[in-house]
Design a binder for this molecule. Structure first.
Ligand code: COD
Ligand code: ZN
Length: 376
């Protein structure tokens, strides 16, 4: 077939921190070598999109920018050297790619690719440039995905081919939040049967940890969240007890130790607050216990804790994307969804047309949704 050309399409562009997105006609270049151009089918909104869009930090002031990284789509065209994809393939995008050849990808010890790892500067990995522009002026990417657009270009290592039978409007959630939570429970913590689990933050990520823990037979799953609406919602995902820190004057770690006869076996930080990591560490059982951090802190990146907490044998682990290698592991998660072994649909509290994307941002900011799926 003839080589692909520049196209124009509609994209939701953020012009400044916290400013409502504006629907713009953007130019999108053809895929460069080893890249693919995707017709985005659906994209759900994840908290990280909001955090980056709201951030006043100068390192994050990358505008104009197209957010969105939890998405599904159909391959529209392929760049030179791409052998893995064809036009028409169904794909999930991933914010952390897998080149399959670098030292980390081949290590068997890490899911963080040296070449296609988390991109924070708003450009493509290969040439530090953008593929989007408006009247010739660059429009920046987010996590090298930028799915709040009718079309996008990603590195072929940042997309995963999935079964054409899977509903694209649902499985987009497996591209980030739901997979991250399940992976934290299964791959990183390896939650054991009969154990007690505490989850700080009951968004889609935290509730996916709950689902993962329930499927591994955890007997108590304690959810902690300052939003009282999460109490009812959380039960559907396996949370057995709910604690709202605003309801009690007793420190939360003390409450947990009291009700669990000495402390939890596992705790998970799904808020993005380093103070909560300290609290999570203090909620452990004496002599054992594992804390997994999933969030990226919005404010203070340093954390503090008394070394004695670790001295007696406790463990602190960090993870991104639940330890999954996207290319190797995501197709089987999609299959599990198709076989009804994992729940995805229940996380979708809202479906919205692309034009209403700012409504999705408001719903998430106000804590009124789990996932809003935006249909392109
Ligand atoms: N105490 C208790 N609960 C709180 C507090 C608090 N101080 N503050 C907020 N919460 C609750 C909120 O009420 C909400 O229910 C929950 O915490 C957070 O949920 P969501 O829906 O806002 O967010 P998620 O589940 O989509 O994601 C949360 C993460 C923290 C995991 C995410 O934002 C993140 O930091 N990801 C880091 C990894 C990363 O950058 N990956 C890149 C793509 S995600
Ligand atoms: Zn995300």
């Amino acid at each position: 077939s003839s080589s692909p050309a520049v196209i124009t399409c509609k994209a939701a562009v953020a012009w400044g921190a916290g400013e409502p997105l504006v629907m713009e006609e953007v130019e999108l270049s053809p895929p460069h070598p080893h890249e693919i151009r995707i017709k985005v089918f659906s994209s759900s909104l994840c908290r990280s999109d909001i955090s980056a869009w709201e951030s006043q930090a100068s390192s994050q002031a990358i505008f104009p920018r197209i957010f969105g990284h939890e998405a599904s789509g159909i391959v529209e065209s392929i760049g030179e050297g791409v052998t893995e994809f064809r036009e028409g393939d169904h794909v999930l995008t991933v914010f952390t790619g897998e080149c399959r050849t670098c030292r980390q990808c081949t290590s068997g010890k890490s899911n963080v690719c040296q070449v296609l790892g988390l991109e924070r500067r708003g450009v493509m990995h290969s040439d530090q440039k953008t593929r989007f522009s408006i009247k010739g002026k660059p429009v920046f990417h987010y996590c090298a995905v930028s799915s709040f657009s009718e079309y996008t270009v990603v590195h072929s290592g940042c997309a995963v081919k999935v079964s054409p039978n899977a509903p694209l409007e649902k499985i987009c959630l497996l591209s980030c939040g739901v997979a991250a939570g399940l992976g934290a429970a299964w791959n990183v913590a390896a939650v054991s049967e009969g154990s007690t689990v505490v989850i700080f933050g009951l968004g889609t990520v935290g509730l996916s940890v709950a689902q993962g823990a329930r499927l591994k037979g955890a007997s108590r799953i304690i959810g902690v969240d300052t939003n009282p609406d999460k109490c009812e919602k959380a039960k559907a995902f396996g949370v057995t007890e709910f604690i709202n820190p605003s309801d009690s004057s007793e420190p939360i770690q003390q409450v947990i130790k009291r009700i669990t006869d000495g402390g939890a076996d596992y705790s998970f930080e799904c808020i993005g607050d380093t103070g909560m990591i300290t609290t999570a560490l203090q909620s452990w059982h004496q002599g054992w216990g594992l804390t997994v951090t999933l969030g990226v802190p919005k404010v203070k990146p340093e954390m503090s804790a008394h070394y004695g907490l670790l001295l007696t044998g406790r463990t602190l682990k960090g993870t991104i994307f639940g330890g999954w290698k996207p290319k190797s592991d995501l197709p089987s998660l999609v299959d599990m969804y198709m076989n009804k072994e994992i729940e995805v649909d229940k996380f979708i509290t809202h479906d919205l047309p692309f034009e209403d994307i700012n409504t999705a941002f408001s719903l998430m900011r106000e804590g009124k949704c789990l996932r809003c799926v935006i249909h392109m």
